[in-house]
Design a protein around this ligand. Structure first.
Ligand code: DNO
Length: 368
């Protein structure tokens, strides 16, 4: 497993590559060309310069998160082929630059959704939180305004101003798009891009929907084991895989994440590992990574990833804002560095348990 951290690029991220390089065990970054819009072809020079920046800092690009999907592709509108052609060109260029992992999502209109970006916790830290009761009383514009007001001037991933300025138009585009149409449109996209993924050995890793249920009546198709298995079955090609995001799937307490990991064996190409605390139905907050601070068993998650032979990039995911750090909500350095160290500790323990001949832990967790 390669321990990585997400980095948004110069001018977007307050964290530097030099800082990331000093987090123990972190060797790679997950990054993107943040300024590009969905549907644009990525410039070769820009990809190579991003790669060069990572390598000059002693790191490497372990994957791209994300090459975003244009809404014409998600809705299956007549222009989709043109945008898929563009996507294919971007994939070719990434492959030529020796980059072999691309994370993306197929969520309509909104990417991840929160109602509070700085909820105060009892230890004085702040964190991102979600309460369905609040969503039920507001409209999408009100939620967007509230997220923008709390973003501290940062452009949040998935909340790019270009999209948010077109909310009504986007909602109109998705009129009549139900779950089945979304599955069909995803399949069409995957079938068209797989030849280039095969040629360049690029793993595509679809990100689950966050939270794992429909928001504002928009359909969501990547929310639980059954749907993930359906997603995978859309194309029998190993390059068509999943980003296992514990924070997204974990929003629904009914999701057994180690069980999902085992069911997706061989098709998980990337892992986002973080914890969250369920406060009630449809109500959660992002906790520290430590199992005891949240509702997820992080040891069981890491163990399931190891047992199923996952050896791709993993990253700590969102962190709380701690120690007075001024940072993009969810993406400060300190708590994510603590998360990476904690996950590395779990990995060391698993490795040593497996190598000393006592596989007790493995048996115990596998049988659950
Ligand atoms: C939020 C992230 C998501 C994720 C995209 C993948 O912090 O987990 O924005 O990057 O959904 O396309």
């Amino acid at each position: 497993m390669q321990m990585t951290m997400r980095w948004f690029g110069h001018g977007y991220d307050q964290v530097t590559l030099e800082q990331i390089r000093q987090v123990p065990g972190v060797t790679g970054i997950i990054t993107t060309l943040y300024g590009t819009l969905p549907g644009e072809i990525w410039e070769k020079e820009a990809i190579l310069s991003l790669k060069d920046k990572a390598e000059s800092a002693g790191l490497f690009i372990a994957g791209i998160e994300s090459v975003n999907i244009h809404d014409a592709i998600k809705t299956g509108s007549p222009e989709r082929d043109r945008y898929i052609d563009n996507y294919i060109t971007t994939l070719e260029r990434l492959g030529e630059a020796d980059i072999h992992l691309v994370c993306y999502n197929f969520m309509p209109v909104f990417d991840w959704t929160r109602t509070d970006l700085a909820k105060k916790r009892t230890d004085g830290s702040t964190t991102m939180a979600y309460d369905q009761k609040i969503i039920d009383t507001i409209d999408p514009d009100a939620m967007t305004n509230s997220i923008s007001a709390q973003s501290k001037g940062y452009v949040l991933a998935g909340w790019e101003p270009e999209r948010l300025g077109r909310l009504q138009e986007l909602f109109a585009m998705y009129k009549g798009i139900d779950q089945e149409r979304l599955f069909d449109n995803l399949q069409y996209f995957i079938k068209r891009i797989m030849p280039v993924c095969d040629a360049y050995n690029i793993n595509m890793a679809i990100h689950p929907d966050d939270p794992a249920w429909p928001v504002f009546g928009l359909p969501r198709i990547v929310t639980d084991k059954e749907k993930l298995l359906r997603v995978i079955s859309l194309e029998d090609d190993v390059h068509h895989g999943v980003t296992l995001c514990t924070g997204s799937l974990g929003t629904n307490p009914a999701n057994d994440i180690p069980g999902i990991i085992r069911a997706l064996k061989g098709r998980i190409h990337f892992a986002h590992v973080r914890n969250l605390r369920h406060n009630g139905p449809g109500n959660f907050e992002e906790s520290a990574h430590l199992s005891a601070d949240g509702s997820l068993d992080m040891f069981a998650v890491m163990k399931a990833l190891c047992d199923t032979g996952f050896d791709g990039p993993v990253r700590p995911d969102h962190g709380r804002a701690i120690w007075g750090e001024e940072a993009m909500p969810g993406y400060g350095l300190y708590d994510r560095a603590l998360g990476a160290s904690y996950l590395n500790g779990i990995l060391e323990a698993i490795e040593k348990m497996n190598h000393d001949g006592t596989l007790t832990g493995k048996e115990q967790y596998a049988s659950e």
